[in-house]
Design a protein around this ligand. Sequence first.
Ligand code: BGP
Length: 488
Amino acid sequence: MYQENYPQNFPTGFLWGGATAANQVEGAWNLDGKGLTTAEVVKKATNRKKMSMDAVDQVTLHQAINDHTTMLYPKRRGVDFYHHYAEDIKLFAEMGFKVYRFSIAWARILPHGDDKQPNQAGLDFYDRVLTELEKYQIQPLITLSHYEMPLDLTLKYNGWSDRRTIAAFNHYTQIVFEHFGQRVKYWLTFNEINTGTWGFHATGAIDQGLSKQQQLQLRYQSLHHQLVASALATKQLHELYPTDKIGCMLARMQTYPASPKPEDVRAAQLADQKNLFFLMFKFVVNIQSFMNRYFAENKLIIKMGTDDQAILANNPVDFISFSYYMTTVTKADQDGTAVGNMATGGRNPYLKESAWGWQIDPIGLRITLNELWDRYQKPLFVVENGLGAQDKLVNDQIHDSYRISYLRQHIIQMKEAIKDGVKLLGYTMWGPIDLISFSTSEMSKRYGLIYVDQDDLGRGTLTRIRKDSFYWYQKVIATNGTDLSDNQ
Ligand code: BGP
C-alpha cells in the first residue's frame, strides 16, 4: 500500500542541536600561539541593514594589523567561548543537544596558514572541547573553514585567489583529520561556499578598487580553488576514515519569480542555478555546463589545473548541508536588491521581516528541502536557521516569544518536508548562544537560546542566562519534535 510509506515524524536519531563559528564565539584572538585571521580585521558595521564585512581594502587592512585592541574588531573577543566552553557545552547538554556544530580556526592550528608543524596549544583547545562533548554524548559536526582564514595567507597569496592556498588548506585538513578524526564522524568543508561571490569574508582576497568584472573574475577563481580544496579534503577524509561523513555547505537562496511571466520564471531559474552550482559533485553535470555558458558570456576565464575536473568529479560529498534564513524574489531585467543576509533578489510583499530586514519565510524551507531532495537524492542537513533579534533583559529573564515562534514555524515546515519524504539528518539552529553577528559584527543582534551579558562595545560580565526559548527547545528535543506547541 502506498500509504504505509508515509513518515509521520522526525526519524529516530534525528540530530537536534545548534551551530556556531570560531570567529564569532571564541575570542582569545591572540592567545596560545594563534595567528590573526581575516575575520579579525573586519570592523563593526555602522549601518545594521548594510553588510560591511567585505569593505576591507589595503589601507583598512594595515590599520587593523597595527591595531592591537579588540574595540573596533568584535570578532577578536567573541563571547569568550575559549574560556567558557565547558560551561556553554554543559548548557547545550541541558537542552538535550545531540549534535554541536562548531568550526576550527585554521590559524589556531597553523598560525601562518602554512606552517609545517601544528601549534600544539591549538590542538589542545579543540581536544578539550571534544572531551566536554563526549561527556554528554553530543556528536561534533566540525566546519573546517567558517568565514576566516589565517591573515598571513591574505598577505602572502591574496587568499584563495592563488592556487597555492589549496596546498596550504589541505595540509591543515590532513593534520586536523589525523588528529581529531577518531573522535569526529561528521564534517563540513567551507561555510556557505557560494558567498565567495561576495568577496573578502569568504575568499580572503582583497578585491576593493578592482572593476566589477575583475572582482567577479577573482572571486570565481578563488571559489574554484575552494571547490578543488574541498574535494581534496573529502578524498583525504575518506581515505583515512571510509565511514566518516563530510558535507558541502551552501547559503541556500531559494528564489521565487516575481510573476508568472515566463521571463521572470526563467530569471528565477537562472538565479537558482547560480546558487546550486556550488553543490559541486558529480551529479550536477547540467549545472556545470550552464556555468560554462555563464563564464563564457561574462568573459570570465577560470584557470583550472589538469586534474581539477577529475578531482571534482571523483570526490562527491556524503550529504548536502545548508543555511536557511530567507528567500528572495527575482524579476527579469531588473537588478532589484534586497537588504539582508546574502540576498541578491527583491523583496516579497507577502512576508514579514526581522529588525535587520531579513524576510521570514518558513514555508520556503519546506520548498527548498523538497527541491534539493528531488534533485540530488542526497541526505540533507539544515545546519543554520535562526532569528537575530534585540532581547530585553528584565529581572534576569528574557521572554523571547518571537524567537520561539520563528523556530517553531521553521521546525513545523521541516516536519512537513519529512512527511513529504525528504531525508533529513538533522537541524542545528544558528547561534544557540548569543554571539557576534557575522554581517555587522554587532553583539546586539542576538540569536541565542542562551543570553550572554555583553554589549556592542564589549562591556559586560559575560554571564550566561537561559532564555524562555532555551526551555522550549529543550522540550522539542525531548519529544523528538512531537510536541511543537509554543508553551515551554
Ligand atoms: C550565516 C553565517 C553565520 C551567521 C548567520 C547569521 O550567513 O554562516 O556565520 O552569522 O549567517 O548572520 P548574521 O550574524 O550576520 O546575522
